[in-house]
Structure formats: C-alpha cells, structure tokens
Design a protein around this ligand. Structure first.
Ligand code: MN
Length: 382
C-alpha cells in the first residue's frame, strides 16, 4: 500500500507536533513529505533531522541561515518564505494537507489545496469562518475532501458515520466554558492574561486558549459547523459541558441522539482526519469506569460571553461579517496578550469593528483580503 504523503502546515505548533507523533507511530502508512513553520526554526530543524521530509519551509526569512546550519543532512530541500509554503500545497506528491496554521493566513492554502483536489485535514477553523462561502463549491456536499481536526466537528463527523445528512435535526456542539465559566461579571472584568490562559481541559496554543476563555472559539466553531455540514444556525445548538468528555452530539429526526465521547486528546481527531472513514489503533488514556463520574450540561450565558453572541450575529449577517469578526478578534487577542487592552475590551473591539466596516458588493478572495486588512487596521487603533 502506498503511504499517505502529508504536507504539515504549522508542524511546530500543538497540532503539528501531535500529527508527527501519529506519523511516528505509523511509519508504514504515513509519510511526512513536507513540514513548515512560521518562526520556530529550532523545533523545525529537530523535526527535519528526525523525519527527513523531502521539503521544509521556514516562513520567517531572518532565521533561515540558522535553520540551514541546524539541519544535519541533505535529504531535505530547505525553503523559506510564505510563497514556498503556498507552492508546496499543490505539489503532485502531496496527498493530504494538514492545515494547522493560525488565523486567516490559513485560508489561501486551504483554498488552493481543495482546488488542486487534495484532501485537507483542517485545524485552521478560520479558513471556513472567513471564506466558507468561497470554499463551499469545492466540498460538493461530501465529507471526504475537507475533514475537520477540531474535536467538536470530528465528533459530529464520527456521529454521522452511516447516517443520511437529511435525517439530521440538530448538531449540538459542546463547550467546556473555559476558565471563566463560573466567574461573575465583576470577576471577568478584572481577568488577566494569566487567568485567561488557564484552560481547564485542553492544552492548546495561546490564541485559541484566549478564544476559549471569551467563548469566541465556540462562536467560530458554530460558523465552522454551518459550512462543513451545510446546516443553518437554527439547526446548530451549543451547550456548556465542563468535563469535555462528550465532544459533540447529533440529534436525528426520530429523536435519537448520538454523542462521541472520550478523554480530551487531540491526537484522536487528528488521526481520524487521516484515516476517515476508517480507524486505526491509538494508544490513549481511557475513562476509568470503576469510579464515579458526573457529566453535566448547562446553557451558554450570552451576557457573560458577548463574543459568542457576536459570532452568531456575524453568521446571520453573512457576507463579510464573519471575516470582520475574525480579523478584529485576532488583533484584539494579540493586543490583550501584549496587555495593551483589558479582557473585556476584546469583545468591545470586535463589536465596534463589526458596526464600523462597510461591506464591498462582490465576494472574492481579493475583496476578502481587503476587508481583512481594513478590519485589522481598524481594530489596531480603536
Ligand atoms: Mn474545538
């Protein structure tokens, strides 16, 4: 059997390194054809030395010479710059693109990979949030082209195995509620960067951890589900489930509800995206049924988590609103992490950006990029 050849975009991040763990466990089935990193040349060099991919890209040109010095062999072609990354996406040798880039920078690679007929395993939810309307024509109503790595969407995909999409009544997306689930207004208004970075269940990158604290992440995931599964907002519900054991659920038209469960471990959705619709063994921690457990569920409180509401409003508004939401949120989170703004100003900046920026008439890649730039510039100054 031919090995599945992977292009791992963002190989030094949390999803990227876990993808390489899976490649390491299945050398007979998976091959790291190419790896790319934004700035982390040290980790990239280690990965190149271990996996010996045919190609590697460091986007940050200023440290390229350090990468060259740190690579111990000549089997890998070392490239630098975003253009080279984009070029690899359509390379003949690539079967699957694992897109774990952060933010809107992930959109174009998703688009060109789908255009070129590649399978995309998608951890970059912004691709769908911002450009879902432009990507939808390439999905053809099937699930095997663009496979979510996001745990909630992977859960839904797993619940849908063997089902007819016409029988879906509702997708029920679970949310951990983040570190501020039990905090009141007053406490939230004083939240620090350190508080917001303490996610109770998942160990992830800084941007998504802040998005989990504000619940913007859940809003983005509703938009993601809307495009992935082709369902309107009235068929997508969100429920807070602090234990993060039920990763999401599907309600069918006969009242039956399926849930996908497990201890939080991103390696499962990553591996499932590579093996779908098949499964491979994955050594993992399991729930201990010899002791008592409680699974609890509670509604989302829109008052304390305005970012979640803003995301739903953006998808209702359609057009460019999700792009503005995403761009202004990326900037606001950046500014919060730098302690330029307070925690509650994140949602204020997003709300102001949504009402301030006007929509161009036609939706295209160019106009999306223009709106993205405008929203970022505005969110930087407001
Ligand atoms: Mn998720």
């Amino acid at each position: 059997m031919n090995r599945q050849r992977l292009l791992i975009l963002g190989s030094t991040g949390s999803i990227g390194t876990q993808t390489l763990d899976i490649v390491r466990a299945h050398p007979d089935k998976l091959e790291a054809f190419a790896v790319t990193a934004n700035t982390n040349w040290e980790t990239l060099a280690k990965q190149i030395n271990e996996f010996r991919p045919a190609n590697a890209v460091l986007v940050d040109e200023s440290n390229f010479h350090k990468l060259q010095e740190a690579v111990s062999h000549t089997e890998t072609t070392l490239l630098c710059g975003y253009k080279e990354l984009q070029g690899l996406v359509t390379a003949d040798e690539v079967d699957t693109v694992i897109n774990s880039l952060v933010g809107f920078s992930g959109f174009l690679p998703t688009m060109s990979a789908l255009k070129a007929g590649k399978k995309v395993a998608l951890a970059n939810k912004e691709s769908l949030v911002v450009g879902g309307q432009l990507l939808a024509p390439y999905l053809n109503g099937s699930y095997d082209r663009l496979i979510p790595i996001d745990s909630e969407h992977s859960a839904i995909l797993q619940c849908l195995a063997g089902e007819d999409i016409r029988n879906i009544e509702k997708l029920i997306i679970t949310a951990s509620g983040g570190p501020f689930r039990t905090w009141n207004h007053h406490q939230i208004s004083k939240a620090t960067v350190r508080d917001a970075l303490k996610h109770p269940n998942w160990d992830m990158g800084a941007k998504i951890t802040i998005d989990s604290a504000t619940m913007m992440n859940k809003g983005l995931e509703v938009i993601e589900a809307h495009w992935l599964f082709g369902l309107s907002l009235s068929h997508i519900e969100t429920v807070v489930h602090p234990q993060s054991i039920v990763h999401s659920m599907v309600l069918f038209n006969d009242g039956s509800m399926k849930a996908q469960m497990g201890l939080p471990d991103m390696r499962l959705p990553i591996q499932y995206a590579l093996t779908f619709p098949d499964r491979w063994p994955l050594p993992s921690r399991q729930i201990d049924w010899s002791i008592s457990h409680q699974l609890t569920f509670e509604p989302v409180d829109p008052e304390r988590f305005p970012c979640f509401e803003l995301a739903l409003q953006a998808i209702e508004a359609g057009g460019y609103a999700p792009a503005i939401l995403n761009a202004s949120n990326e900037v606001a989170v950046e500014r919060f992490l730098k302690e330029e703004i307070s925690y509650i100003q994140i949602s204020e900046i997003v709300a102001k950006s949504l009402s301030h920026i006007t929509n161009p008439d036609t939706l295209s890649v160019e106009s999306l990029e223009a709106v993205d730039r405008e929203a970022r510039a505005y969110a930087r100054t407001v």
